[in-house]
Design a protein around this ligand. Structure first.
Ligand SMILES: [Ca+2]
Length: 360
Protein backbone atom coordinates (compact mmCIF):
# COMPACT_ATOMS: atom_id res chain seq x y z
CA UNK A 1 0.00 0.00 0.00
CA UNK A 2 1.65 3.31 -1.00
CA UNK A 3 1.02 6.87 0.32
CA UNK A 4 -1.18 7.84 -2.64
CA UNK A 5 -3.56 4.93 -1.94
CA UNK A 6 -3.83 5.88 1.78
CA UNK A 7 -4.70 9.44 0.78
CA UNK A 8 -7.25 8.20 -1.74
CA UNK A 9 -8.95 5.95 0.87
CA UNK A 10 -9.11 8.83 3.36
CA UNK A 11 -10.64 11.07 0.72
CA UNK A 12 -13.12 8.30 -0.15
CA UNK A 13 -14.18 7.91 3.49
CA UNK A 14 -14.62 11.68 3.74
CA UNK A 15 -16.76 11.65 0.62
CA UNK A 16 -18.97 8.84 1.99
CA UNK A 17 -19.30 10.68 5.32
CA UNK A 18 -20.37 13.86 3.50
CA UNK A 19 -22.96 11.90 1.54
CA UNK A 20 -24.37 10.42 4.75
CA UNK A 21 -24.63 13.87 6.34
CA UNK A 22 -26.32 15.31 3.27
CA UNK A 23 -28.66 12.30 3.02
CA UNK A 24 -29.67 12.65 6.67
CA UNK A 25 -30.31 16.36 6.20
CA UNK A 26 -32.40 15.67 3.08
CA UNK A 27 -34.43 13.02 4.95
CA UNK A 28 -35.30 15.37 7.81
CA UNK A 29 -36.10 18.15 5.34
CA UNK A 30 -38.48 15.85 3.45
CA UNK A 31 -40.12 14.70 6.69
CA UNK A 32 -40.70 18.26 7.84
CA UNK A 33 -42.25 19.17 4.46
CA UNK A 34 -44.66 16.20 4.58
CA UNK A 35 -45.81 17.17 8.08
CA UNK A 36 -46.80 20.74 7.37
CA UNK A 37 -50.32 21.11 8.82
CA UNK A 38 -53.08 22.09 6.43
CA UNK A 39 -51.39 20.75 3.33
CA UNK A 40 -54.15 20.17 0.81
CA UNK A 41 -55.06 16.77 -0.61
CA UNK A 42 -55.89 16.27 -4.27
CA UNK A 43 -59.39 15.00 -4.95
CA UNK A 44 -57.85 11.75 -6.20
CA UNK A 45 -56.03 11.31 -2.90
CA UNK A 46 -59.31 11.98 -1.08
CA UNK A 47 -61.35 9.56 -3.17
CA UNK A 48 -58.87 6.73 -3.14
CA UNK A 49 -57.58 7.10 0.38
CA UNK A 50 -57.61 3.40 1.07
CA UNK A 51 -55.24 2.92 -1.87
CA UNK A 52 -53.39 6.17 -1.42
CA UNK A 53 -49.74 6.17 -0.49
CA UNK A 54 -50.53 8.80 2.14
CA UNK A 55 -49.99 7.41 5.62
CA UNK A 56 -52.86 7.78 8.13
CA UNK A 57 -50.82 10.53 9.81
CA UNK A 58 -50.39 12.39 6.52
CA UNK A 59 -54.09 12.07 5.78
CA UNK A 60 -55.01 13.55 9.14
CA UNK A 61 -52.84 16.53 8.25
CA UNK A 62 -54.67 17.23 4.97
CA UNK A 63 -56.50 20.53 5.04
CA UNK A 64 -60.02 19.86 6.27
CA UNK A 65 -63.12 21.56 4.92
CA UNK A 66 -65.14 23.20 7.72
CA UNK A 67 -68.81 22.23 7.39
CA UNK A 68 -72.22 22.68 9.02
CA UNK A 69 -74.69 19.84 8.47
CA UNK A 70 -78.37 20.87 8.39
CA UNK A 71 -80.63 17.81 8.46
CA UNK A 72 -84.27 16.80 8.78
CA UNK A 73 -83.15 13.49 10.29
CA UNK A 74 -86.02 11.41 11.67
CA UNK A 75 -88.27 11.87 8.65
CA UNK A 76 -86.71 9.73 5.89
CA UNK A 77 -83.89 7.39 6.95
CA UNK A 78 -81.31 8.56 4.37
CA UNK A 79 -80.23 11.44 6.64
CA UNK A 80 -78.95 8.88 9.16
CA UNK A 81 -76.86 7.22 6.44
CA UNK A 82 -75.59 10.67 5.42
CA UNK A 83 -74.68 11.46 9.04
CA UNK A 84 -72.67 8.23 9.16
CA UNK A 85 -70.84 9.13 5.94
CA UNK A 86 -70.22 12.67 7.21
CA UNK A 87 -68.56 11.37 10.39
CA UNK A 88 -66.49 8.87 8.42
CA UNK A 89 -65.14 11.52 6.04
CA UNK A 90 -61.80 12.77 7.37
CA UNK A 91 -61.72 15.56 4.77
CA UNK A 92 -64.58 17.31 6.59
CA UNK A 93 -64.32 19.22 9.85
CA UNK A 94 -67.84 19.26 11.29
CA UNK A 95 -68.40 22.51 13.19
CA UNK A 96 -72.13 22.17 13.92
CA UNK A 97 -75.16 19.99 13.16
CA UNK A 98 -78.61 21.62 13.07
CA UNK A 99 -81.99 19.91 12.89
CA UNK A 100 -84.71 20.87 10.42
CA UNK A 101 -88.51 20.75 10.36
CA UNK A 102 -91.13 19.53 12.83
CA UNK A 103 -90.09 18.43 16.32
CA UNK A 104 -86.51 19.66 15.99
CA UNK A 105 -85.71 18.98 19.68
CA UNK A 106 -86.73 15.35 19.32
CA UNK A 107 -84.66 15.15 16.14
CA UNK A 108 -81.64 16.59 17.97
CA UNK A 109 -81.77 13.51 20.22
CA UNK A 110 -81.00 11.23 17.26
CA UNK A 111 -78.04 13.42 16.27
CA UNK A 112 -76.73 13.61 19.85
CA UNK A 113 -77.01 9.86 20.49
CA UNK A 114 -75.40 9.12 17.12
CA UNK A 115 -72.52 11.46 17.96
CA UNK A 116 -72.06 9.64 21.25
CA UNK A 117 -71.87 6.32 19.39
CA UNK A 118 -69.28 7.88 17.09
CA UNK A 119 -67.27 9.31 19.99
CA UNK A 120 -67.73 12.78 18.47
CA UNK A 121 -69.39 14.74 21.25
CA UNK A 122 -67.00 17.58 20.43
CA UNK A 123 -69.53 18.48 17.72
CA UNK A 124 -72.22 20.94 18.89
CA UNK A 125 -75.87 20.31 18.04
CA UNK A 126 -78.23 23.19 17.23
CA UNK A 127 -82.01 22.82 17.55
CA UNK A 128 -83.63 24.25 14.44
CA UNK A 129 -86.91 26.11 14.01
CA UNK A 130 -89.75 23.96 15.38
CA UNK A 131 -93.02 23.31 13.55
CA UNK A 132 -95.47 22.21 16.27
CA UNK A 133 -98.20 21.84 13.63
CA UNK A 134 -96.24 18.89 12.23
CA UNK A 135 -96.73 16.90 15.44
CA UNK A 136 -94.42 15.50 18.08
CA UNK A 137 -91.55 13.07 17.65
CA UNK A 138 -90.33 11.41 14.48
CA UNK A 139 -89.91 8.06 12.75
CA UNK A 140 -86.90 7.01 14.83
CA UNK A 141 -88.41 7.71 18.28
CA UNK A 142 -87.82 4.13 19.42
CA UNK A 143 -84.02 4.47 18.99
CA UNK A 144 -83.87 7.46 21.34
CA UNK A 145 -86.72 6.53 23.70
CA UNK A 146 -84.46 6.46 26.79
CA UNK A 147 -82.04 9.16 25.60
CA UNK A 148 -82.06 12.53 27.35
CA UNK A 149 -80.77 15.46 25.35
CA UNK A 150 -79.65 17.09 28.62
CA UNK A 151 -77.23 14.17 29.09
CA UNK A 152 -75.31 15.00 25.89
CA UNK A 153 -71.76 15.77 27.03
CA UNK A 154 -71.24 18.30 24.23
CA UNK A 155 -72.90 21.63 23.49
CA UNK A 156 -76.59 21.92 22.65
CA UNK A 157 -77.71 25.25 21.20
CA UNK A 158 -81.39 25.95 21.77
CA UNK A 159 -81.32 28.48 18.93
CA UNK A 160 -79.81 26.47 16.10
CA UNK A 161 -80.33 29.24 13.54
CA UNK A 162 -78.25 31.67 15.60
CA UNK A 163 -75.60 28.99 16.16
CA UNK A 164 -75.44 28.52 12.38
CA UNK A 165 -75.02 32.26 11.83
CA UNK A 166 -72.39 32.61 14.56
CA UNK A 167 -70.42 29.60 13.33
CA UNK A 168 -70.26 31.04 9.81
CA UNK A 169 -69.58 34.64 10.81
CA UNK A 170 -66.89 33.76 13.38
CA UNK A 171 -65.04 31.33 11.12
CA UNK A 172 -61.73 32.53 9.67
CA UNK A 173 -62.32 30.18 6.72
CA UNK A 174 -65.24 29.75 4.35
CA UNK A 175 -67.78 27.28 5.78
CA UNK A 176 -69.63 24.78 3.61
CA UNK A 177 -73.27 24.40 4.64
CA UNK A 178 -74.42 20.89 3.70
CA UNK A 179 -78.24 20.95 3.73
CA UNK A 180 -80.21 17.77 3.20
CA UNK A 181 -83.73 18.75 4.16
CA UNK A 182 -86.28 21.51 3.59
CA UNK A 183 -84.73 24.91 4.19
CA UNK A 184 -86.53 26.92 6.94
CA UNK A 185 -83.38 27.18 9.11
CA UNK A 186 -81.18 28.34 6.25
CA UNK A 187 -83.74 30.86 4.97
CA UNK A 188 -84.21 32.23 8.51
CA UNK A 189 -80.45 32.54 8.92
CA UNK A 190 -80.19 34.44 5.62
CA UNK A 191 -82.94 36.81 6.78
CA UNK A 192 -81.31 37.43 10.15
CA UNK A 193 -77.78 37.81 8.76
CA UNK A 194 -77.59 38.12 4.95
CA UNK A 195 -73.77 38.32 5.10
CA UNK A 196 -73.58 34.55 5.71
CA UNK A 197 -74.01 34.18 1.93
CA UNK A 198 -70.66 35.94 1.44
CA UNK A 199 -68.89 33.81 4.00
CA UNK A 200 -70.30 30.37 3.23
CA UNK A 201 -70.98 28.09 0.31
CA UNK A 202 -73.96 25.79 -0.01
CA UNK A 203 -74.14 22.12 -0.95
CA UNK A 204 -77.59 20.57 -0.93
CA UNK A 205 -79.81 17.66 -1.84
CA UNK A 206 -82.55 19.56 -3.61
CA UNK A 207 -84.67 19.61 -6.72
CA UNK A 208 -85.37 17.60 -9.84
CA UNK A 209 -83.89 19.08 -13.02
CA UNK A 210 -84.21 16.57 -15.87
CA UNK A 211 -85.27 13.45 -14.02
CA UNK A 212 -87.74 12.68 -11.26
CA UNK A 213 -87.91 10.11 -8.48
CA UNK A 214 -86.19 6.77 -9.20
CA UNK A 215 -84.82 8.01 -12.52
CA UNK A 216 -88.21 8.84 -14.08
CA UNK A 217 -87.92 10.76 -17.36
CA UNK A 218 -90.26 13.52 -16.06
CA UNK A 219 -89.33 16.01 -13.36
CA UNK A 220 -91.01 15.94 -9.96
CA UNK A 221 -91.71 18.43 -7.22
CA UNK A 222 -88.89 17.30 -4.98
CA UNK A 223 -89.80 16.97 -1.28
CA UNK A 224 -87.10 19.27 0.22
CA UNK A 225 -88.18 22.06 -2.14
CA UNK A 226 -91.94 21.65 -2.38
CA UNK A 227 -92.61 21.41 1.37
CA UNK A 228 -91.15 24.90 2.04
CA UNK A 229 -91.11 26.60 -1.37
CA UNK A 230 -90.58 30.18 -0.22
CA UNK A 231 -87.59 29.17 1.90
CA UNK A 232 -86.12 27.25 -1.04
CA UNK A 233 -86.59 30.33 -3.25
CA UNK A 234 -84.67 32.47 -0.76
CA UNK A 235 -81.82 30.01 -0.49
CA UNK A 236 -81.66 29.49 -4.28
CA UNK A 237 -81.35 33.24 -4.93
CA UNK A 238 -78.85 34.11 -2.18
CA UNK A 239 -75.39 35.28 -3.24
CA UNK A 240 -73.46 32.16 -2.31
CA UNK A 241 -71.81 29.53 -4.42
CA UNK A 242 -74.29 26.64 -4.71
CA UNK A 243 -73.90 22.98 -5.57
CA UNK A 244 -76.80 20.53 -5.59
CA UNK A 245 -77.49 16.88 -6.17
CA UNK A 246 -81.01 16.87 -7.58
CA UNK A 247 -83.00 13.64 -7.98
CA UNK A 248 -81.17 13.22 -11.29
CA UNK A 249 -78.20 11.78 -9.40
CA UNK A 250 -79.26 11.18 -5.78
CA UNK A 251 -82.61 9.60 -6.65
CA UNK A 252 -81.07 6.36 -7.93
CA UNK A 253 -78.66 5.54 -5.11
CA UNK A 254 -79.66 2.34 -3.35
CA UNK A 255 -77.50 -0.40 -1.85
CA UNK A 256 -78.41 -4.00 -2.44
CA UNK A 257 -76.78 -7.43 -2.77
CA UNK A 258 -73.22 -7.86 -1.51
CA UNK A 259 -72.71 -4.12 -1.00
CA UNK A 260 -75.72 -3.80 1.28
CA UNK A 261 -74.81 -7.03 3.08
CA UNK A 262 -71.40 -5.58 3.93
CA UNK A 263 -73.05 -2.68 5.79
CA UNK A 264 -75.74 -4.95 7.30
CA UNK A 265 -73.11 -7.28 8.76
CA UNK A 266 -70.48 -4.67 9.61
CA UNK A 267 -69.21 -4.44 13.17
CA UNK A 268 -68.43 -0.75 12.74
CA UNK A 269 -70.43 1.03 15.50
CA UNK A 270 -71.75 3.65 13.05
CA UNK A 271 -72.85 1.02 10.53
CA UNK A 272 -74.61 -0.82 13.36
CA UNK A 273 -76.33 2.39 14.50
CA UNK A 274 -77.47 3.04 10.93
CA UNK A 275 -78.97 -0.45 10.61
CA UNK A 276 -80.62 -0.19 14.06
CA UNK A 277 -82.21 3.08 12.97
CA UNK A 278 -83.21 1.62 9.61
CA UNK A 279 -85.05 -1.22 11.40
CA UNK A 280 -86.85 1.23 13.70
CA UNK A 281 -87.71 3.50 10.79
CA UNK A 282 -88.87 0.59 8.60
CA UNK A 283 -91.23 -0.54 11.37
CA UNK A 284 -92.69 2.98 11.51
CA UNK A 285 -93.31 2.75 7.75
CA UNK A 286 -94.97 -0.66 7.98
CA UNK A 287 -92.19 -2.33 5.99
CA UNK A 288 -91.45 -6.05 6.21
CA UNK A 289 -88.36 -7.10 8.13
CA UNK A 290 -87.12 -8.95 5.05
CA UNK A 291 -86.87 -5.64 3.17
CA UNK A 292 -84.37 -4.34 5.74
CA UNK A 293 -82.41 -7.58 5.39
CA UNK A 294 -82.15 -7.16 1.62
CA UNK A 295 -81.54 -3.56 0.57
CA UNK A 296 -81.37 0.04 1.68
CA UNK A 297 -83.99 2.61 0.82
CA UNK A 298 -82.93 5.40 -1.57
CA UNK A 299 -79.93 7.15 -0.03
CA UNK A 300 -80.46 10.65 -1.48
CA UNK A 301 -78.64 12.65 1.20
CA UNK A 302 -75.39 10.68 1.08
CA UNK A 303 -74.66 12.28 -2.31
CA UNK A 304 -74.65 15.79 -0.80
CA UNK A 305 -71.95 14.68 1.66
CA UNK A 306 -69.95 13.27 -1.26
CA UNK A 307 -70.24 16.56 -3.20
CA UNK A 308 -68.73 18.43 -0.26
CA UNK A 309 -65.70 16.15 -0.62
CA UNK A 310 -65.40 15.55 -4.37
CA UNK A 311 -67.23 15.79 -7.70
CA UNK A 312 -65.03 13.27 -9.47
CA UNK A 313 -67.68 10.58 -9.97
CA UNK A 314 -70.44 12.82 -11.36
CA UNK A 315 -70.95 15.03 -14.41
CA UNK A 316 -71.40 18.57 -13.15
CA UNK A 317 -73.26 21.23 -15.15
CA UNK A 318 -73.59 24.93 -14.41
CA UNK A 319 -77.30 25.65 -14.91
CA UNK A 320 -79.60 28.59 -14.19
CA UNK A 321 -82.13 27.07 -11.78
CA UNK A 322 -85.38 28.73 -10.76
CA UNK A 323 -87.63 27.45 -7.97
CA UNK A 324 -91.19 27.90 -9.22
CA UNK A 325 -94.02 28.89 -6.88
CA UNK A 326 -95.44 25.39 -7.12
CA UNK A 327 -92.16 23.74 -6.14
CA UNK A 328 -90.42 22.67 -9.34
CA UNK A 329 -86.74 23.44 -9.98
CA UNK A 330 -86.60 24.34 -13.66
CA UNK A 331 -83.76 25.38 -15.95
CA UNK A 332 -83.98 29.14 -16.60
CA UNK A 333 -80.99 30.91 -18.14
CA UNK A 334 -81.94 34.14 -16.36
CA UNK A 335 -81.85 32.49 -12.93
CA UNK A 336 -78.86 32.14 -10.62
CA UNK A 337 -76.26 29.67 -11.90
CA UNK A 338 -75.92 26.58 -9.75
CA UNK A 339 -73.48 23.66 -9.97
CA UNK A 340 -75.70 20.66 -10.58
CA UNK A 341 -74.65 17.01 -10.36
CA UNK A 342 -76.64 15.84 -13.35
CA UNK A 343 -75.42 12.33 -14.11
CA UNK A 344 -73.23 9.64 -12.64
CA UNK A 345 -69.95 8.92 -14.35
CA UNK A 346 -69.57 5.91 -12.08
CA UNK A 347 -72.39 5.12 -9.66
CA UNK A 348 -70.80 1.78 -8.87
CA UNK A 349 -67.65 3.51 -7.62
CA UNK A 350 -69.74 5.86 -5.46
CA UNK A 351 -71.52 2.89 -3.87
CA UNK A 352 -68.13 1.30 -3.15
CA UNK A 353 -66.94 4.59 -1.66
CA UNK A 354 -70.04 4.78 0.57
CA UNK A 355 -69.83 1.17 1.73
CA UNK A 356 -66.07 1.44 2.26
CA UNK A 357 -66.43 4.48 4.46
CA UNK A 358 -69.35 3.14 6.51
CA UNK A 359 -67.68 -0.18 7.22
CA UNK A 360 -64.03 0.78 7.65
CA1 LIG B 1 -83.19 14.64 4.41
Amino acid sequence: MNGDEILTNAQFRGFVFSLMVLGTLAFFLAMSCSCVPNKSCSSREILHQSKSRLSPKDRSLCKKIPVIFDTDIGDDIDDTWALGLLLQSPELDVKLITTEVGDTSAKAKIVAKFLEVAGRTDIPVGIGLPHPDKGKGHNQDEWVRDYKLSAYPGTIYQDGVQALIDTIMNSPEQITVIAVGPLPNIAAALQREPRIAEKAKFVGMHGSVRRGYEGRAEIDKEYNVVTFVKDAQEVFTAGWDMTITPLDTCGIVKLKGAKYKKVLESKNPLARAIIENYRVWAKSQGMERTEVDTASSTLYDTVAIYLAVSTELVNMEKLGIRVTDDGYTIIDNKAKTINCAMEWKDLNAFEDFLVGRLTK
